[in-house]
Design a protein. Structure first.
Lengths: 427, 304
C-alpha cells in the first residue's frame, strides 16, 4: 500500500517537474494581422529559466528595432506590434508558446529562439501553419531544414564549428602545443552536440587529436568527475560548446582540479553573466561570436550607443541578432506583395545585401544567412577582447588580431572608450 | 587509481550536501508521513538569503572580489538558517497543519504547490537569471599525490558532519529528541501521553529547514552559481538518497546521500557521463521495486 503510494508520488512529482507551469499570458490581442491596423509579430524566447539572458537580450534587440521601424513610418504606414511569449528555456514550452501565438493571436510572422533545441521544437508548428519564422541566433543546422518557412539570419554550426577547429589548430601551432583537445558537451542540447560533431570532424582532418570526450546535462552543478577524467588526458585545449550558465562553473572547477588548458567555446557563451560567474578561471579562454561590441564600424558603434542609451547596458551578440532579425523581417514585409504567409516567405527568401549590425544579411537557397562574419573573442583581464576575425568576403581565413588588446569594460557600468583598437574586418 | 580516489573525494563532497537535504525529507517523513517536496526549494531559499546577506556584507566592507572571511561566513549561514527556519515554521503552520487530518495526498499536493510557489515566485522576486554567489572564504587548492582537493570541499564535509552530529545529539540526547521519536513512533499515543505534538512537528520543520539552509550555503560556496530553480535537481537527488537509506531513518539519509554522491561522481567520470541523472532515477525505481524500505529502513506492513 505504502509502496504504491510512494511510486505514485514519485511519478507524479517527476511529471510535474517535466511539465512545468502553463505559459505566461501575453497580450490578449485577438485582432487579425490581415486587418488594416497593426501588424502582429510574435516572439518566443527564454525570458526566464536558466538561459534567461538569451531571451532578454534578444527581446531588447527586437523591441528596439520594432520601435525604429514604427518611428520611421512602419510597414507602408502600418505599425508593427510585437507579442512576446516566455518559454522558460524549455523546448516543450517553446512549442506551446508558438502554438498560442499562431492560433490565438494570429501573428503574421514569428521571431525566435536562441537555443537551437527550442527552435527545432517550434519550427514544425510554424511550418505547418505557414507562418514564416526567423531565428535570430539558433545555429544548429537542423533548424532551417524543418521547412521552407523557417529562416535564419546568423551563421550555422557547421560553419562555426569548422572555424573553431581551424582556430584551435592555428592556436596550437602558434603557441607550440600539441594538437590535442578534450571535449565536454551538453547532452541536453542539440546545439552542443551538433557543434561537437563538426569540430571533431574538422579538427581530426587537420591532424589534431580528440583525447577525451565527456558529457554533462545543462543545469548540472558538479563537473568535477568529468573534469577529473579529462585531466588525465592532458589536453592543450578544452572544448566546451555549451551555454554560459554552465561554462563559468566548468572553468572554475577545471582550475580547481589543476587543469590549466584554455577553454574554447561557441556563441552559447555570449552573456553578460559569463565573466561575472567564471571570473578569473576564464582568463585566456576563447569563444566564437557573431559580432564584437567594440567594433569601430559605424553600424556597430551606432547600435551599441543607442542600445546603451535605452537599456543602460552593453548589447551582447544576441541583442544584435534580435535587432537584425526584426530589421530583416520589416524589410521583407515592406517588399512582400501581400501580407500573408506565402508572400512574406518569398520576400524573406529574397533578402539581399541588408546591412545589419552582425554583418550583411543575404538569405541563401537553404534559408540561411550566407557568408556572415565570425569573430573569436578572448577573455583578458576580465574583459572581452578581439582575438581573431574570419570574414568570408576576404577569403575566409582566420586573421589573428595582433594589435594591442581593446581595453573596454564589459560590465554594465562604465562606458567603453569609443576609440577601440583597430580590428580586422568591419564591413 | 588516482582517478578513482579523486572521484571518491569529489563524490563525498557532493554527497554531504545531498545528505544534509535528505535529512530534512526523512525527519518530516518520519514524523508526519509527509514527503515535503518543497524542501529542495527551501535549500534554494537558503542560498538566496546567503546571496543577499553576503552581497550586502561585501558592499559594506568594500571587498569587491575578495573573500568575506570566516566571521561573516558564519553570520551569513546563521541568517540563512534563521530565515529558512522561520519559513519552515510558517510553511507547516499555514500550509500543512490545516490539512493534517485530511487524506495524506492532500498535504502532498500542497507540498508540490508550495514547491512551485517558491520556484516561480523566486523567479519573480529574485529574477530568473543565474547569480554569482559571494565569495565567503578565499579558495585554496591542496594538491597531494596527483589528487586535488579544495578547501571548500573540506569545509563542506566538516560543516556537514558537525550539523549531522548536532542532529544526532538532539534526537538521541535531549528530551525534545525523545518527544520527537515518540511522535514518530505513534502520533496519537504520544499526544495522549501529554507530548505537545504540534510543537514537536513545528520544531521538526524548523530543524529540517535549517539544515537545508546550511546545505544551501555550502552549495553556494562550492558551486557559486545560483538560480531560483536550483533546488529541483538536488532536491530530487536528496529524496532518492532518503529513499535509498530508508525514508524516515536519519542515519540512513546520511549514508544514502553519500552513496548517491559517490555513484554520481563515478558515473560522471566514466564514458556514461551523460546518463548521470538517469542512473540516479533508475536507482530510485529499483529501490522502490525491490526494497521499498531502503537499506536501513524500518518498513512495517501498513494495516489497512
Amino acid at each position: 500500500m505504502r509502496k504504491n503510494l510512494i511510486i505514485f508520488i514519485t511519478l507524479a512529482v517527476l511529471s510535474f517537474g517535466l511539465l512545468g507551469c502553463p505559459p505566461k499570458e501575453g497580450t490578449g490581442n485577438t485582432s487579425t494581422s490581415a486587418a488594416g491596423g497593426e501588424i502582429l509579430v510574435g516572439e518566443y524566447g527564454s525570458m526566464t529559466g536558466p538561459q534567461a539572458t538569451f531571451g532578454q537580450s534578444t527581446h531588447n534587440g527586437i523591441m528596439m528595432a520594432a520601435d525604429e521601424v514604427n518611428v520611421a513610418g512602419g510597414i507602408n504606414g502600418r505599425k508593427v506590434k510585437v507579442l512576446s511569449e516566455d518559454d522558460q528555456s524549455k523546448q516543450e514550452e517553446a512549442a506551446n508558446a508558438v502554438t498560442k501565438l499562431i492560433s490565438q493571436n494570429n501573428v503574421l510572422a514569428i521571431i525566435g529562439e536562441v537555443a537551437s533545441s527550442a527552435s527545432i521544437a517550434a519550427a514544425p508548428i510554424c511550418q505547418s501553419n505557414k507562418v514564416p519564422m526567423i531565428t535570430p541566433s539558433s545555429t544548429n543546422d537542423e533548424v532551417t531544414r524543418k521547412g521552407d518557412y523557417i529562416f535564419r539570419i546568423c551563421f550555422t554550426d557547421s560553419y562555426q564549428g569548422e572555424y573553431q577547429a581551424v582556430f584551435a589548430d592555428q592556436w596550437a601551432a602558434a603557441s607550440a602545443k600539441p594538437k590535442t583537445v578534450a571535449m565536454l558537451t551538453d547532452v541536453k542540447s542539440d546545439y552542443s552536440q551538433g557543434l561537437a560533431k563538426v569540430f571533431t570532424a574538422k579538427f581530426t582532418a587537420l591532424g589534431g587529436k580528440i583525447v577525451g570526450t565527456q558529457s554533462y546535462a545543462n543545469g548540472d552543478s558538479d563537473f568535477r568527475s568529468q573534469l577529473t577524467a579529462i585531466k588525465g588526458t592532458n589536453p592543450s585545449l578544452l572544448y566546451v560548446p555549451g551555454y554560459y550558465t554552465d561554462i563559468g562553473q566548468i572553468a572554475i572547477q577545471a582550475r580547481d582540479l589543476g587543469i590549466t588548458a584554455p577553454l574554447l567555446g561557441g556563441d552559447g557563451w555570449e552573456s553578460p553573466k559569463l565573466i561575472e560567474i567564471g571570473g578569473k578561471a576564464l582568463e585566456g579562454s576563447f569563444y566564437t561570436n557573431h559580432y564584437f561590441y567594440a567594433d569601430p564600424s559605424p553600424v556597430v558603434s551606432g547600435f551599441v550607443q543607442k542600445y546603451k542609451e535605452r537599456y543602460g547596458q552593453t548589447p551582447d551578440a544576441l541583442a544584435a541578432l534580435g535587432y537584425d532579425a526584426m530589421k530583416t523581417l520589416a524589410d521583407a514585409m515592406k517588399r512582400a506583395s501581400k501580407l500573408d504567409g506565402p508572400s512574406l516567405r518569398d520576400a524573406i527568401g529574397q533578402t539581399k545585401g541588408l546591412v545589419g549590425v552582425t554583418g550583411t544579411i543575404n538569405i541563401g537557397p537553404e534559408r540561411n544567412a550566407m557568408g556572415k562574419k565570425l569573430v573569436i573573442e578572448e577573455i583578458k583581464n576580465g574583459q572581452l577582447t578581439l582575438k581573431a576575425t574570419i570574414d568570408p568576403a576576404k577569403g575566409g581565413k582566420v586573421e589573428m588580431n595582433n594589435a594591442a588588446p581593446a581595453a573596454v569594460t564589459t560590465t554594465t557600468g562604465g562606458p567603453p572608450p569609443a576609440a577601440a583598437t583597430t580590428t580586422t574586418g568591419g564591413n | 587509481m588516482q582517478e578513482i580516489l579523486q572521484n571518491l573525494l569529489n563524490g563525498i563532497a557532493v554527497g554531504a550536501i545531498y545528505a544534509l537535504i535528505a535529512l530534512g525529507y526523512t525527519m518530516v517523513y518520519g514524523i508526519l508521513k509527509l514527503i515535503n517536496f518543497a524542501h529542495g526549494d527551501v535549500f534554494m531559499l537558503g542560498s538566496f538569503v546567503g546571496f543577499y546577506v553576503g552581497g550586502y556584507a561585501a558592499r559594506h566592507l568594500h571587498t569587491t572580489g575578495g573573500a568575506l572571511g570566516w566571521g561573516y561566513a558564519g553570520l551569513v549561514m546563521l541568517v540563512a538558517m534563521v530565515v529558512c527556519g522561520l519559513f519552515g515554521f510558517l510553511n507547516e503552520r499555514i500550509a500543512y497543519r490545516p490539512l493534517r487530518n485530511s487524506p495524506r495526498i492532500a498535504s502532498l499536493i500542497t507540498a508540490i504547490g508550495v514547491s512551485f510557489l517558491l520556484e516561480y515566485g523566486g523567479q519573480f522576486v529574485f529574477g530568473a537569471d543565474p547569480k554569482r554567489f559571494p565569495t565567503l572564504v578565499a579558495p585554496h587548492y591542496i594538491a597531494f599525490g596527483g589528487l586535488s582537493v579544495t578547501n571548500y570541499q573540506i569545509i563542506v564535509l566538516v560543516v556537514a558532519v558537525i550539523f549531522m552530529g548536532l542532529l544526532q545529539y538532539i534526537i538521541y540526547g535531549t528530551k525534545f529528541g525523545r518527544a520527537m521519536r515518540a511522535v514518530s513512533f505513534n502520533f496519537e499515543t504520544a499526544s495522549l501521553m501529554g507530548i505537545p505534538t504540534d510543537r514537536v512537528i513545528s520544531m521538526t520543520f524548523i530543524i529540517g529547514s535549517m539544515l537545508a539552509a546550511v546545505a544551501g550555503i555550502l552549495f553556494g560556496l562550492s558551486y557559486p552559481t545560483i538560480n531560483p530553480l536550483m533546488g529541483i535537481m538536488p532536491g530530487l537527488k536528496a529524496f532518492i538518497a532518503a529513499v535509498l537509506g530508508g525514508i524516515g531513518n536519519v542515519p540512513g539519509a546520511v549514508v544514502g546521500g553519500l552513496i548517491i554522491g559517490i555513484i554520481e561522481s563515478f558515473i560522471g567520470g566514466s564514458p556514461l557521463s551523460g546518463y548521470k541523472d538517469a542512473i540516479a532515477f533508475i536507482i530510485l525505481i529499483a529501490i522502490l521495486l525491490f526494497r521499498p524500505s531502503g537499506l536501513f529502513g524500518k518498513y512495517q506492513a501498513e494495516k489497512v
